[in-house]
Ligand binder design. Structure first.
Ligand SMILES: [Zn+2]
Length: 144
């Protein structure tokens, strides 16, 4: 007998790591939000290292397959597209982030000129590797 689904928590409720995965998968019916293959991971829409509390909010999570998870990490799929596909209506932002700015997954600001202003993870190796793989590392600027 299948377990009854629990009611989804509010998007801004901080969850345990286990509940984060449970509810993010449940909201997507266990499928990748982009291709309907079985979900493999609960992706952090904005990198968890940007959040002092770990960022395990259902409003910061998306169920994805391996392929689409990779495309989220490399920023080929934008934060806005992920939220839309996941049905997230009230994005959860790390402290100091502004609702009227656009960010990539790693917290770099997407500027109007197409460049990316390096954010709090400016020296993070994972961020640099992901943007290199996504072929957008040359867009990253460190000067104001
Ligand atoms: Zn997929």
């Amino acid at each position: 007998m299948a377990a009854r689904p629990k009611p989804l928590p509010p998007e801004d409720a901080l969850l345990s790591r286990a509940d984060f995965k449970l509810f993010v998968f449940q909201r997507a019916g266990g499928k990748c939000i982009f291709c309907s293959r079985p979900a493999a991971d609960a992706h952090h829409v904005l990198e968890r290292k940007l959040f002092p509390d770990g960022g395990y909010y259902s409003g910061n999570g998306a169920a994805v397959c391996d392929l689409h998870h990779w495309q989220c990490e490399t920023t080929e799929l934008s934060v806005e597209r992920v939220r839309e596909a996941a049905g997230i209506s009230r994005p959860v932002l790390p402290p100091g982030f502004e609702a009227d700015l656009q960010y990539d997954k790693w917290g770099n600001v997407l500027r109007a000129d197409g460049l990316r202003q390096a954010g709090p993870l400016r020296d993070d190796d994972g961020m640099r590797r992901a943007l290199t793989t996504g072929r957008v590392i040359s867009l990253l600027v460190y000067a104001p």
